[in-house]
Design a protein. Structure first.
Length: 89
């Protein structure tokens, strides 16, 4: 990556959307079926996959459904551990 290139929020939202869409298709689900499994609307699924604004709860429901939540949880725990200040005593 060029030092002048920065990842944007939009980039990350689009990548998450692509991940959810490809994983949904890999599981053989259409948007209506996936929405029904998560108890959300098809429009919400579409917005998530398009990288449009969605709630954190919706994103976490999708991660949980596809068994991705533990991986993300472990990643965040590692970030927290890495950022903890060590005691000077």
């Amino acid at each position: 990556m060029n030092i002048f290139e920065q990842v944007t929020i939009k980039d990350v939202k689009l990548e998450i959307g692509q991940l959810i869409k490809s994983t949904r298709k890999k599981h053989g689900l259409n948007q209506n079926e996936f929405a029904s499994q998560l108890n959300i609307s098809r429009i919400t699924v579409s917005n998530l996959e398009l990288g449009k604004n969605t709630t954190l709860d919706t994103l976490l429901k999708a991660f949980l459904y596809f068994d991705l939540l533990n991986s993300f949880h472990e990643y965040f725990q590692e970030l927290i551990r890495a950022n903890q200040q060590k005691s000077l005593y």
